[in-house]
Design a protein around this ligand. Structure first.
Ligand SMILES: [Zn+2]
Length: 207
Protein backbone atom coordinates (compact mmCIF):
# COMPACT_ATOMS: atom_id res chain seq x y z
CA UNK A 1 0.00 0.00 0.00
CA UNK A 2 1.06 3.59 -0.57
CA UNK A 3 -0.33 7.01 0.48
CA UNK A 4 -2.71 8.45 -2.12
CA UNK A 5 -1.42 11.75 -3.51
CA UNK A 6 -3.81 12.41 -6.41
CA UNK A 7 -5.07 15.92 -5.59
CA UNK A 8 -8.33 15.49 -7.50
CA UNK A 9 -9.05 12.26 -5.70
CA UNK A 10 -8.29 13.78 -2.30
CA UNK A 11 -10.59 16.69 -3.15
CA UNK A 12 -13.27 14.12 -3.99
CA UNK A 13 -12.81 12.66 -0.50
CA UNK A 14 -13.50 16.16 0.91
CA UNK A 15 -16.69 16.19 -1.14
CA UNK A 16 -17.72 12.79 0.28
CA UNK A 17 -17.07 14.00 3.84
CA UNK A 18 -19.29 17.03 3.18
CA UNK A 19 -22.10 14.96 1.64
CA UNK A 20 -22.03 12.24 4.34
CA UNK A 21 -21.69 14.74 7.21
CA UNK A 22 -24.65 16.70 5.91
CA UNK A 23 -26.83 13.58 5.40
CA UNK A 24 -26.04 12.24 8.86
CA UNK A 25 -26.07 15.61 10.63
CA UNK A 26 -22.46 15.82 11.72
CA UNK A 27 -20.77 19.16 12.19
CA UNK A 28 -17.07 19.85 11.77
CA UNK A 29 -16.78 19.49 15.56
CA UNK A 30 -18.49 16.09 15.69
CA UNK A 31 -16.53 14.44 12.88
CA UNK A 32 -14.21 11.56 13.81
CA UNK A 33 -10.44 12.16 13.45
CA UNK A 34 -9.75 12.58 9.73
CA UNK A 35 -8.77 9.39 7.94
CA UNK A 36 -5.68 8.89 5.80
CA UNK A 37 -6.05 7.58 2.25
CA UNK A 38 -3.96 4.77 0.82
CA UNK A 39 -4.00 2.96 -2.50
CA UNK A 40 -2.99 -0.54 -3.50
CA UNK A 41 -5.23 -2.59 -1.20
CA UNK A 42 -6.51 -6.09 -1.91
CA UNK A 43 -10.03 -4.76 -1.34
CA UNK A 44 -11.45 -1.37 -0.42
CA UNK A 45 -11.83 -0.88 3.32
CA UNK A 46 -11.87 1.58 6.18
CA UNK A 47 -9.21 0.24 8.51
CA UNK A 48 -9.60 1.57 12.04
CA UNK A 49 -6.70 2.46 14.27
CA UNK A 50 -6.65 0.11 17.29
CA UNK A 51 -5.63 3.02 19.53
CA UNK A 52 -8.60 5.17 18.50
CA UNK A 53 -6.49 7.46 16.27
CA UNK A 54 -7.26 8.36 12.66
CA UNK A 55 -8.02 5.28 10.59
CA UNK A 56 -7.08 4.67 6.97
CA UNK A 57 -9.30 4.38 3.94
CA UNK A 58 -7.72 1.89 1.59
CA UNK A 59 -8.64 1.80 -2.07
CA UNK A 60 -8.41 -1.33 -4.14
CA UNK A 61 -5.39 -1.66 -6.40
CA UNK A 62 -6.06 -1.19 -10.07
CA UNK A 63 -9.15 0.98 -9.61
CA UNK A 64 -10.02 3.45 -12.35
CA UNK A 65 -11.27 7.03 -11.94
CA UNK A 66 -14.90 6.11 -11.22
CA UNK A 67 -14.20 3.03 -9.16
CA UNK A 68 -11.93 4.99 -6.82
CA UNK A 69 -14.60 7.63 -6.39
CA UNK A 70 -17.39 5.14 -5.79
CA UNK A 71 -15.23 3.41 -3.17
CA UNK A 72 -14.46 6.80 -1.58
CA UNK A 73 -18.14 7.52 -0.88
CA UNK A 74 -18.65 4.00 0.45
CA UNK A 75 -15.70 4.08 2.84
CA UNK A 76 -16.29 7.67 4.00
CA UNK A 77 -19.70 6.52 5.23
CA UNK A 78 -18.04 3.75 7.27
CA UNK A 79 -15.52 6.23 8.67
CA UNK A 80 -18.21 8.72 9.66
CA UNK A 81 -20.53 6.26 11.41
CA UNK A 82 -17.99 3.97 13.10
CA UNK A 83 -16.93 5.23 16.55
CA UNK A 84 -13.48 4.32 17.90
CA UNK A 85 -15.20 2.02 20.41
CA UNK A 86 -16.48 -0.19 17.56
CA UNK A 87 -12.94 -1.42 16.72
CA UNK A 88 -12.27 -3.42 14.54
CA UNK A 89 -15.40 -2.22 12.74
CA UNK A 90 -19.16 -2.56 12.32
CA UNK A 91 -20.04 -5.50 10.13
CA UNK A 92 -23.75 -5.32 9.41
CA UNK A 93 -25.79 -5.43 6.23
CA UNK A 94 -27.46 -2.10 7.05
CA UNK A 95 -24.06 -0.40 6.98
CA UNK A 96 -23.29 -1.90 3.57
CA UNK A 97 -26.72 -0.72 2.43
CA UNK A 98 -25.90 2.86 3.49
CA UNK A 99 -22.27 2.75 2.34
CA UNK A 100 -23.20 1.76 -1.22
CA UNK A 101 -26.12 4.20 -1.27
CA UNK A 102 -23.72 6.98 -0.24
CA UNK A 103 -21.21 5.84 -2.87
CA UNK A 104 -23.95 6.40 -5.45
CA UNK A 105 -25.23 9.65 -3.88
CA UNK A 106 -21.75 11.18 -3.61
CA UNK A 107 -21.17 10.50 -7.30
CA UNK A 108 -24.51 12.04 -8.21
CA UNK A 109 -23.82 15.15 -6.11
CA UNK A 110 -20.27 15.64 -7.40
CA UNK A 111 -20.98 17.73 -10.46
CA UNK A 112 -18.27 15.80 -12.32
CA UNK A 113 -19.05 15.33 -15.98
CA UNK A 114 -20.86 11.99 -16.58
CA UNK A 115 -21.11 11.36 -12.82
CA UNK A 116 -24.90 11.03 -12.90
CA UNK A 117 -24.72 8.36 -15.56
CA UNK A 118 -21.98 6.58 -13.60
CA UNK A 119 -24.10 6.75 -10.43
CA UNK A 120 -26.86 4.99 -12.37
CA UNK A 121 -24.37 2.39 -13.60
CA UNK A 122 -23.24 1.64 -10.06
CA UNK A 123 -26.85 1.38 -8.87
CA UNK A 124 -27.55 -1.07 -11.70
CA UNK A 125 -24.39 -3.04 -10.90
CA UNK A 126 -25.51 -3.35 -7.27
CA UNK A 127 -29.00 -4.40 -8.32
CA UNK A 128 -27.51 -7.04 -10.61
CA UNK A 129 -25.70 -8.55 -7.61
CA UNK A 130 -28.84 -8.99 -5.52
CA UNK A 131 -29.19 -12.65 -6.49
CA UNK A 132 -25.92 -13.42 -4.70
CA UNK A 133 -27.90 -13.96 -1.52
CA UNK A 134 -31.46 -14.17 -0.27
CA UNK A 135 -33.21 -11.71 2.01
CA UNK A 136 -33.45 -14.34 4.74
CA UNK A 137 -29.77 -15.22 4.58
CA UNK A 138 -28.79 -11.55 4.70
CA UNK A 139 -31.03 -10.87 7.68
CA UNK A 140 -29.79 -13.85 9.68
CA UNK A 141 -26.05 -14.12 8.91
CA UNK A 142 -23.48 -12.35 11.14
CA UNK A 143 -21.02 -10.78 8.70
CA UNK A 144 -17.31 -11.46 8.71
CA UNK A 145 -15.08 -9.91 6.03
CA UNK A 146 -15.07 -10.23 3.10
CA UNK A 147 -18.82 -9.81 2.62
CA UNK A 148 -19.31 -8.25 -0.78
CA UNK A 149 -21.93 -10.99 -1.32
CA UNK A 150 -24.37 -8.91 0.73
CA UNK A 151 -23.94 -5.66 -1.28
CA UNK A 152 -26.57 -6.24 -3.94
CA UNK A 153 -29.33 -7.56 -1.73
CA UNK A 154 -28.68 -4.87 0.90
CA UNK A 155 -28.81 -2.14 -1.75
CA UNK A 156 -32.07 -3.37 -3.26
CA UNK A 157 -33.68 -3.76 0.17
CA UNK A 158 -32.41 -0.29 1.09
CA UNK A 159 -34.11 1.21 -1.96
CA UNK A 160 -37.35 -0.62 -1.11
CA UNK A 161 -37.19 0.62 2.48
CA UNK A 162 -36.60 4.17 1.26
CA UNK A 163 -39.82 3.86 -0.73
CA UNK A 164 -41.68 2.29 2.19
CA UNK A 165 -40.67 4.61 5.03
CA UNK A 166 -38.58 7.43 3.40
CA UNK A 167 -34.84 8.01 3.41
CA UNK A 168 -35.08 10.19 6.52
CA UNK A 169 -36.80 7.43 8.49
CA UNK A 170 -34.23 4.91 7.32
CA UNK A 171 -31.23 6.91 8.51
CA UNK A 172 -31.62 6.17 12.25
CA UNK A 173 -30.32 2.68 11.38
CA UNK A 174 -26.91 4.23 10.72
CA UNK A 175 -25.72 3.71 14.29
CA UNK A 176 -22.86 1.84 15.91
CA UNK A 177 -25.27 -0.91 16.95
CA UNK A 178 -27.91 -1.30 14.26
CA UNK A 179 -30.97 -3.09 15.61
CA UNK A 180 -33.66 -3.65 13.01
CA UNK A 181 -36.33 -4.78 15.43
CA UNK A 182 -35.99 -1.73 17.70
CA UNK A 183 -35.95 0.50 14.63
CA UNK A 184 -39.19 -1.08 13.39
CA UNK A 185 -40.84 -0.67 16.79
CA UNK A 186 -40.01 3.03 16.79
CA UNK A 187 -41.79 3.59 13.44
CA UNK A 188 -45.38 4.83 13.26
CA UNK A 189 -47.69 1.80 12.79
CA UNK A 190 -48.44 2.49 9.13
CA UNK A 191 -44.77 2.78 8.20
CA UNK A 192 -43.90 -0.26 10.32
CA UNK A 193 -46.36 -2.30 8.29
CA UNK A 194 -44.83 -1.00 5.08
CA UNK A 195 -41.32 -1.90 6.31
CA UNK A 196 -42.53 -5.34 7.41
CA UNK A 197 -43.74 -5.94 3.89
CA UNK A 198 -40.18 -5.41 2.69
CA UNK A 199 -38.36 -7.31 5.45
CA UNK A 200 -40.92 -9.88 6.57
CA UNK A 201 -42.13 -10.29 10.13
CA UNK A 202 -39.44 -9.61 12.76
CA UNK A 203 -37.61 -12.72 13.93
CA UNK A 204 -35.23 -13.63 16.76
CA UNK A 205 -32.91 -14.94 14.07
CA UNK A 206 -32.25 -11.46 12.71
CA UNK A 207 -28.73 -10.19 13.34
ZN1 LIG B 1 -18.54 -1.47 3.27
Amino acid sequence: MYPADDKDLLAYFDHCVDVCASEFRRTRESLPPRFRVAGGGVMPEFRMDPGGGPGTIILERGGDFWRERFQAGHEVFHWLITPASAYPGIHHWTHEMFANEMGVRCLRASGIRDAEAMAEEYAKWLESKSEETTLLKMLTTPLTPPYEWVFGRAFVIGRKLQKAVSWERLKPLATAEPDIRSWLEALPAKLRRAANEVLGEPSDEWV
